[in-house]
Design a protein around this ligand. Structure first.
Ligand code: NAD
Ligand SMILES: O=C(O)C(=O)C[C@@H](O)[C@H](O)[C@H](O)COP(=O)(O)O
Ligand code: ZN
Length: 366
């Protein structure tokens, strides 16, 4: 079996990202190789869809290697990244008798990873956790240690930086994703190209149809490059003092769309897809990016079945208000990640709010 390994380099908190098909069947061996001995009590957090297919074989594999395993299954969907779900999972963790040597396993997509990671960051002031991503989007969410839950007033507003011990990415799981979630995952893959690598974008354009059809060799390469872009940025700037903010392309718009839609009408990938288009349009209006960046960005997203049009139920003025609560804003002043070119972005802290509103109103047809 082919395994590709990357590392997030963070001194004593460094860890591997192991990518390959069928890794879940070797979870016990990989955990032991990663220093998690069977004496550690394991607590698997997963969601109802993932549990159906992937929880029983994982539990069997771990138990047969001598691990004691408890599991907690949350409802699927973004609404589970909530304070009330956090409390339920915490209660289950306490009842399962987790101690400071216990390890949480996050089996699922970004919702499970962010919630389970936040539980791990705060249970007894922090215990170890391992990411077992099962969605394409989770090539992004499982790497980098941003863990969080949402507040009705804003996305990921309650959270921490807490790095996993390791990321075990069984890419075979991607085959069972619904198409809408496949597209959402590609949004973050495309983002990694748009922020850092024009050559990768050209390659994603060239192979859009095979990648959409999940050609396993090409998909493996796309995931590897996406994880590599992310791992390099996180290794250089773990807590977003500078360049890590570039990973937020399209997110100031996208997070506002998600919050105003009560975390239900758009998924994260869809929201940031529209957000990346808006960022490109604003950048062209400011003459930061040359003409053509917006059109190429929009066409790329469309090729991966992603939405690029304004979410018709949202009011641009409301969106602007929520955008001001974004974590990059300082003193209520917006900071936006904007493209200078395909593959090159910058954090701009003095974008004219009136211009952002004008562009949003045009898109909304208001
Ligand atoms: N921490 C970070 O750095 C980071 C980065 C990007 C996104 N995120 C967060 O990730 C979340 C989105 O993650 P997501 O897109 O993975 O969503 P998700 O976790 O909700 O998963 C999407 C859907 O796919 C189902 N699913 C998962 N794996 C499956 C499989 N293998 N087969 C069939 N169905 C499967 C889930 O049950 C769910 O219904 C958002 O909350 C976003 O904010 C975090
Ligand atoms: O890891 C990061 O840094 C990112 O910005 C990755 C994003 O794709 C992700 O959605 C992240 O959760 C956004 O972080 P936030 O700090 O804007 O909540
Ligand atoms: Zn994201």
């Amino acid at each position: 079996m082919i395994r590709n390994v990357l590392r997030v380099e963070l001194g004593e908190r460094s860890y591997p990202i192991i990518i390959g098909e069928g890794l879940l069947q070797q979870a016990a061996t990989l955990l032991q190789e990663g220093g998690i001995a069977p004496a550690a009590r394991l607590f698997v957090i997963t969601d109802e869809h993932v549990a159906l297919r992937y929880l029983p074989p994982l539990e069997d594999n771990l138990k047969s290697a001598g691990y004691s395993v408890h599991a907690y299954v949350i409802p699927a969907g973004e609404q589970s990244k909530s304070l009330s779900m956090y409390e339920k999972v915490m209660t289950a963790a306490i009842e399962a008798g987790l101690d400071r040597k216990s390890v949480i396993l996050a089996l699922g997509g970004g919702v499970v990873g962010d919630l389970a990671g936040f539980v791990a960051a705060t249970y007894m002031r922090g215990i170890r956790f391992v990411q077992l991503p099962t969605t394409l989007l989770a090539h992004d969410s499982s790497v980098g240690g941003k863990v969080a839950i949402n507040h009705p007033l804003g996305k990921n507003l309650i959270g921490a930086f807490h790095q996993p011990q390791m990321v075990l990415y069984d890419t075979a799981a991607i085959a069972t994703l619904p198409e809408r979630e496949r597209a959402a995952g590609f949004a973050e893959v495309l983002k990694h190209g748009l922020i850092a690598d024009e050559g990768f974008v050209a390659w994603l354009e060239q192979h859009a149809s095979e990648l959409w059809d999940l050609d396993s060799e090409l998909l493996g390469k796309a995931i590897f490059r996406g994880c590599e872009v992310k791992a390099n940025i996180v290794s250089a700037d773990e807590t977003e003092q500078g360049q890590r903010a570039l990973l937020n392309l399209g997110h100031t718009f996208g997070h506002a769309f998600e919050a105003l839609s009560e975390y239900s009408r758009l998924n994260h990938g869809e929201a940031i897809s529209v957000g990346m288009c808006l960022a490109a349009k604003v950048a062209e209006r400011m003459q930061l990016a040359s003409a053509g960046v917006y059109a190429r960005t929009r066409e790329l997203l469309r090729r991966y079945h992603l939405p690029t049009a304004w979410p018709h139920w949202l009011d641009p003025e409301d969106v602007l208000e929520v955008m001001k609560r974004d974590k990059k804003a300082v003193g209520g002043k917006l900071a936006l990640v904007l493209p200078r070119a395909i593959g090159r972005v910058e954090l701009i802290s003095d974008v004219d709010e009136a211009l952002i509103l004008t562009v949003m109103k045009e898109e909304a047809g208001a």
